[in-house]
Write a protein that binds this ligand. Sequence first.
Ligand code: HEC
Ligand code: HEC
Length: 258
Amino acid sequence: MKISRWLLAGAATLGLGSALAMYWQGRVPPEIVAARALGAELAQKGREGVPACISCHGTQGEGNAAAGFPRLAGLDAGYLARQLRDYGREAPLTGAHFDKIARDYSKTPRINLPYSTLTPGLRHDAIMSPIAKALKADEVDALAQYYAAQAFVAVPLAGDPETLERGEDLALRGKPEYGVPGCFACHGQNGVGVGAVFPALTGQPPQYVIEQLNRWQAGSRDNDENGLMRSVAEWMTEGDKHAIAAYLANQSYRSDAQ
Ligand code: HEC
Ligand code: HEC
């Protein structure tokens, strides 16, 4: 008797919950619904001149840990769109332009600040840049809306305790001796990301995380707000990069479809 009353109450709550969910889904503006549909089509099938994104980024946008292809599912739409625009942009031909000097900061801590560049906003990649260049502006937005709305479940990868401990230290405390804040200070608690500026890190393949840090150190990724990420990456040793990548990949995390 008692149990069935609880069951009824439970069922009523569930019913209310799904009714609310349907209500909220119904609130997604029609232009976003249309954008997601176009994004889904492109992601799954591609078109003439644009390969299907799923062939590298996984059927659900979950990424490919073995190949080091990043997760796209559940990342912020504004972040995704900006990355695609940055990949697709050419370096301006006019105005002052200083090429970055490639330096390897991994061996010794640096003393001098690096020279800055007057052409921010570039992120070149041999695979992604041609794909991004082929996309029209509305397709960029559609793909960003589609992937941002996808559910994501991280599959935690095992790591050795000592490496994970060092990784956690970097995530939470950073390198106070060099004035470098912990990763989660900017990337949000547990690295789940904050808005369009600070992307989610949890669930990104270790190889991808290390590669991005290497590119910042070498100056070949240069599209971060106010050079925030570059100034963090500069202080990271090879050991730091491996430890934080292992720690991020070891986290459990899920985000629901929107
Ligand atoms: C042939 C494989 C391949 C295909 C196809 C591909 N990508 Fe990528 N994508 C990559 C690789 C590799 C990277 C990482 C490049 C780097 O290090 O900057 C990447 C990075 C990205 C990023 C940056 C992610 C981040 O966290 O900053 C976005 C966004 C992206 N791809 C979107 C797309 C979309 C949208 C499509 C389909 C139109 C697509 N990609 C098709 C291989 C691919
Ligand atoms: C001061 C703020 C700040 C801190 C601290 C910080 N980051 Fe970032 N990070 C950023 C910003 C901003 C971006 C976005 C760059 C862009 O717009 O392309 C970023 C992007 C990244 C990316 C690229 C993600 C992707 O999907 O391509 C990686 C990897 C990353 N950060 C790793 C780290 C690690 C590891 C730490 C800690 C050691 C850290 N970050 C600490 C600001 C920060």
